[in-house]
Design a protein around this ligand. Structure first.
Ligand code: PRP
Ligand code: MN
Ligand code: MG
Length: 193
């Protein structure tokens, strides 16, 4: 039997640290959403945001709708293609709505920029971003929020390839309840990615 932990070199944030920080972000977000005249639409970016979104919204005491989009840019590798594609669109109509995009990580910023442009075209009246991890060292595109949108972030992430709490390598490790650094041999041996 192989544990999911076998590929992890070190833990960056434990399950308890993640839970504590998610609670703080939820409190900040809830205060802002309660001040809105109508319910916000929380848009999770599948797949990576699924755990953060689930833990976040259950701690946000404010009226809100939840929907998902799928945006993919990494395929199976550790490097962004730089050309994200929206491969599944929203169910909810966001025209005139306050949207909060929930991400597991903002890295180059390509995924969010693509998605924000998409949501703006659909007529969202404001667009905020709530990301579990922010990796500013790798940013290639500035994130342009829309209207009164705000940027919420859980942790600043060092410039290394992290997995767990939604974040994957080749679709694995998402189920780890903590965030860890992947052992380099786990991906360097696979030069096709
Ligand atoms: C990852 C991550 C973010 C995005 C961030 O998604 O979940 O959505 O990349 O990278 P960027 O800022 O450089 O665009 P990925 O494309 O791997 O899809 P996934 O969520 O299904 O893992
Ligand atoms: Mn993603
Ligand atoms: Mg991924």
């Amino acid at each position: 039997m192989v544990s999911a932990e076998a590929g992890i070199e070190r833990v960056l944030w434990t399950e308890a640290e993640v839970a504590a920080r998610v609670g703080e972000v939820a409190t900040e977000l809830a205060a802002d959403l309660r001040a809105l005249p109508e319910p916000a639409v929380v848009v999770g970016v599948a797949t990576g945001a699924f755990l953060f979104l689930a833990d976040l919204v259950r701690r946000v005491d404010a009226p809100l709708a939840v929907d998902f989009v799928r945006v993919e840019s990494y395929g199976g590798g550790t490097e962004s293609s730089g050309k994200p594609r929206i491969t599944a669109d929203l169910k909810v109509d966001v025209a005139g709505k306050h949207v909060v995009v929930v991400e597991d990580i903002v890295d180059t910023g390509n995924t969010l920029s693509c998605l924000i442009a998409h949501l703006e075209k659909k007529g969202a009246s404001s667009i905020s971003v709530c990301t579990f991890l922010d990796k500013p060292a790798r940013r290639k595109v500035n994130i342009q929020l829309v209207g009164d949108g705000k940027f919420y972030s859980g942790f600043e992430c060092p410039d290394c390839f992290v997995v767990g709490y939604g974040l994957d390598y080749a679709e694995l490790y998402r189920n780890l309840p903590y965030v860890g650094v992947l052992k380099p041999e786990m991906y360097k041996k696979d030069s096709s990615n």
